[in-house]
Design a binder for this molecule. Structure first.
Ligand code: DX5
Ligand code: ZN
Length: 220
């Protein structure tokens, strides 16, 4: 388990001023910039495409952590990598050929992540653990910010922590959905080391971002 890193989700930022928002959350201490890509098919919402990722790239040098809630996803991987994604995370549920998708991500030059919906068991990771840089546990059903944390996902985090430690690989264990300073602490106790937060990171406007991030990190 590595030191905790905070990955604010720009889904909760002001979309009319996204460049400024990314710069502000970077300056406030974000470790990763979490970018939620929704296709209106895999999830019931539509957000950001590669053109927006490319436009945001000059506004921050932090890791662009792109969470693709897209099916089929293979046709879009190269475009996100070229746009400046550092990590590309796909959903295990998004297609029948996860291993092939992970090879495509690696061939694009990005780091490879897999995300699991709340009802998907940790075991689907085991056959591909050698190919991963990040595992993302969804602690809400993907599609929207501001939902309530699903407690049972902490068991999955603990199971994946054991799997990662056994593998001996430096794999980020990220959790996404309903993260606030209180659920953040419990997620870290269960073994998570990257915390995504939308609502809790962006609440209160620019002047609050540094305080919000410190609270999530537990250093306030
Ligand atoms: C949900 C997204 C999350 C979301 C988190 O589909 O993947 O990243 O923005 O939002 P909060 O922190 O508000 O639950
Ligand atoms: Zn996300």
């Amino acid at each position: 388990q590595q030191p905790v890193r905070i990955a604010p989700s720009i889904l909760s930022a002001d979309f009319a001023r996204l460049g400024e928002e990314v710069a502000a959350i970077d300056a406030a201490g974000a470790d990763y910039i979490h970018i939620d890509v929704m296709d209106g098919h895999f999830v019931p919402n539509i957000t950001i495409g590669p053109a927006v990722v490319k436009a945001l790239r000059p506004h921050s040098d932090k890791v662009f952590d792109c969470h693709l809630m897209v099916a089929p996803v293979d046709p879009f991987i190269a475009a996100f990598a070229e746009a400046g994604a550092d990590i590309i995370t796909v959903h295990a549920e998004a297609g029948p050929h996860l291993h092939r998708t992970l090879q495509l991500i690696k061939a694009s030059g990005a780091k490879a992540g897999v995300s699991l919906n709340p009802a998907t068991p940790a075991g689907v990771i085991e056959p591909v653990v050698e190919d991963l840089d990040l595992i993302l546990v969804m602690s809400v059903n993907p599609g929207f910010g501001g939902q309530a944390f699903i407690e049972g996902q902490l068991r999955k985090v603990a199971e994946l922590r054991r799997m990662i430690d056994k593998s001996g690989r430096a794999i980020d264990l990220e959790i996404d959905g309903g993260i606030n300073p209180e659920t953040a602490r419990r997620a870290c106790d269960a073994g998570a080391d990257v915390l995504v937060a939308g609502t809790a990171a962006f609440k209160g406007g620019h002047n609050s971002y540094a305080t919000n991030i410190a609270a999530l990190r537990g250093t306030d």
